[in-house]
Design a protein around this ligand. Structure first.
Ligand code: KIV
Length: 264
């Protein structure tokens, strides 16, 4: 039987320079396939609002929906670490954050993910104190699409870059175990990854992070207009299982992401 991945596994991988892989999954079948393909972590992402529910953004996703899909994934009993997204507005204050995280942890999550910077420090601290590991998410945080005025690369100006780095350091100090960096210049992501002790997972953030994550439907080529950082791993793959394995292998060997998938 494959050993279950824990945060210590991921910390050790960062220390030894071994890249690890996160894939989104929202049900038992795909969670099992992703786990068998070698994904170290599975993200029950609120991207399900777009790829499953057909919304334009992740904003309409409810806590009930996140708990339901987390239960579906957990029933596969994957060896991968299960991380679940706290949906829009479910973590706007520390008490709501504890309540929403309890739902997801009792549904089978082993860590919760939340989008935002320094303002989350107190909530992160309280979660960790009470036994809930946290993955933070900075850069292009999709729940803030209306503040950004679209899905735009973040951290391109020196001011933005400085602020993302400062948020990352503060979130680590508050007790976060993992950090996702989305759609920021590769150089900035590599700099943050080298400065932090906790593992950093990139999506559209170049090859200098400790790990990579992609949305399942994007990497299987099922999304109509995928962002430039996505590689369609179904191309040339004889099966979904083979495509998932190709993604895992490409990340671990450093073959993905390539220059064409990165922002400057
Ligand atoms: O919801 C999601 O799938 C995510 C990834 C894009 C990191 O947050």
């Amino acid at each position: 039987m494959t050993k279950r991945v824990t945060i210590s596994t991921l910390d050790n991988m960062k220390a030894s320079g071994d890249k690890f892989v996160m894939i989104t999954a929202y049900d038992a079948t795909f969670a099992k396939l992703a786990s068998e393909a070698g994904a170290d972590t599975i993200l029950v992402g609120d991207s399900l609002g777009m790829v499953l529910q057909g919304h334009d953004t992740t904003i309409p996703v409810s806590l009930d929906a996140m708990a339901y899909h987390t239960e579906c994934v957990a029933r596969a009993r994957p060896h991968s670490l299960i991380v679940s997204d706290l949906p829009f507005m479910s973590f706007s204050n520390a008490d709501d954050t504890l309540h929403a995280s309890t739902r997801l942890m009792q549904a089978g999550a082993q860590m919760v993910k939340l989008e935002g910077g320094t303002w989350l420090s107190d909530s992160i601290h309280r979660l960790v104190e009470r036994g809930v590991p946290v993955c933070a998410h900075l850069g292009l945080t999709p729940q803030s699409v209306n503040v950004f005025g679209g899905y735009r690369v973040q951290g391109r100006t020196p001011k933005e870059a400085k602020s993302i780095l400062a948020d990352a350091v503060e979130i680590q100090d508050a007790g976060a175990s993992l950090l996702v960096l989305e759609c920021i210049p590769a150089e900035l992501a590599a700099d943050i990854s080298s400065k932090l002790d906790i593992p950093v997972i990139g999506i559209g953030a170049g090859g200098g992070t400790d790990a990579q994550v992609l949305v399942l439907h994007d990497m299987l080529g099922m999304t109509e207009t995928a962002p430039k950082f996505v590689q369609n791993f179904m191309e040339g793959a004889p099966s979904i299982q083979a495509a998932l394995k190709a993604f895992v292998d490409a990340v671990k060997s450093g073959d993905y992401p390539k220059e064409e998938h990165t922002y400057s």
